[in-house]
Design a protein around this ligand. Structure first.
Ligand code: UDP
Ligand code: MG
Length: 314
């Protein structure tokens, strides 16, 4: 079988995970041995301020096929993952968190799907035992909004726990945009993809590096990088305001000045003024929408995504 001698790259972004690393590494090595998969394990130390880097240096000494890429400072998980994908040599790559929230035991299922011919296998989180209410409903709302806005498809609760075929890794590495959400880019790339459900346990140790504000920022960047629909919304709002205030304005003017107020509305001058102001605001919004169209085209030029991605040529 073509996959028998395959190499799997396991890519692990690390930010202040000192209490998890040794425990987690053992689990990965055991899981690989159990299914007889040859692998390389790549840690990307994303500017940890605890002793994560020292622990990793010790780990790579005692463990074969393990590599460390240490970034010069904290660049964020998305950048760290990209660094790992750039440097990996595997026929496929499995991206996995260092805190135990992505059960490595599921690797067999990922590989099975890969062997079936899927090029992207996406882990779908089924439960998150210790997730706060805000995070739970926040992420639900986020996915609903994003899937209604984004051009590609987004699957609710899809995570970064993913397996990518070499074809996908190569295409991913060609992407140049800076504000990147790994998941979004992979979804955008397309290819044959499938999902696997997994239960997400609580962190093995420590607290999540992503604070609430960092998460909100990430969500906003997701919208901006995945969709320009928010820009279009401004135009819609402006058009609606102009049309509505024009209709009401004309109706009131005729009713009051031409017909002499037969409906006894007694519209005041300030009411008419308010209507005129909202008409003007609508005009301003439409002008902003015109600007937005230009920004949108600049936006897509600077993202510099390829026009298309070739799957195969026969
Ligand atoms: N991480 C990282 N850089 C960061 C924040 C997090 O490399 O700036 C890593 C972290 O070590 C972990 C993974 O990304 O392996 C997920 O992070 P975390 O558990 O904090 O986030 P959550 O579980 O809330 O997605
Ligand atoms: Mg986590």
């Amino acid at each position: 079988m073509r996959y028998k001698n395959s190499l799997l790259s396991v890519i692990i972004p690390v930010h202040n995970e000192s209490a998890n690393l040794v425990w987690h590494h053992k689990r990965i090595v055991q899981a690989m041995e159990k299914i007889g998969q040859s692998s390389e394990i790549i840690y990307v130390d994303d500017g940890s301020t605890d002793d994560s880097r020292d622990i990793l240096k010790e780990l790579i000494k005692t463990s074969t096929n393990t590599r460390l890429i240490a970034l010069s400072r904290n660049f964020g998980k998305e950048a760290a993952t990209s660094a790992g994908l750039k440097k990996c040599n595997g026929d496929a790559a499995l991206m996995i968190d260092a805190d135990g929230q992505h059960p490595i035991e599921a690797v067999g299922k990922f590989l099975d799907k890969w062997h079936e011919g899927y090029q992207v296998v996406i882990g779908i989180r089924k439960s998150n035992t210790k997730e706060g209410i805000v995070k739970h409903y926040g992420s639900k709302l986020f996915y609903q909004l994003l899937s209604s806005m984004a051009d590609g498809k987004t699957i609710p609760n899809s995570t970064d726990f993913r397996l990518l075929d070499r074809r996908v890794i190569d295409e991913f590495n060609k992407l140049t945009e800076h504000n990147r959400i790994t998941r979004g880019l992979i979804d955008w790339l397309g290819f044959r993809s499938t999902t696997i459900d997994f239960d997400s346990p609580a962190r093995h140790s420590g607290t999540a590096s992503y604070s609430f504000t960092k998460l909100v920022k990430l969500a906003l960047y997701s919208f901006v990088s995945q969709s320009t629909k928010p820009l279009q919304f401004v135009g819609f709002l402006g058009g609606l305001t102009v049309i509505l205030s024009a209709i009401i304005g004309i109706f009131l003017l005729i009713e009051k000045y031409t017909l002499g107020d037969p409906m006894n509305l007694a519209v005041t001058g300030s009411a008419l003024l308010a209507l005129f102001v909202s008409f003007l605001v609508g005009l301003v919004l439409i002008c902003q929408w015109l600007l937005a169209l230009y920004i949108e085209s600049i936006h897509s030029e600077t993202q510099n995504r390829p026009l298309y991605v070739v799957d195969e040529e026969l």
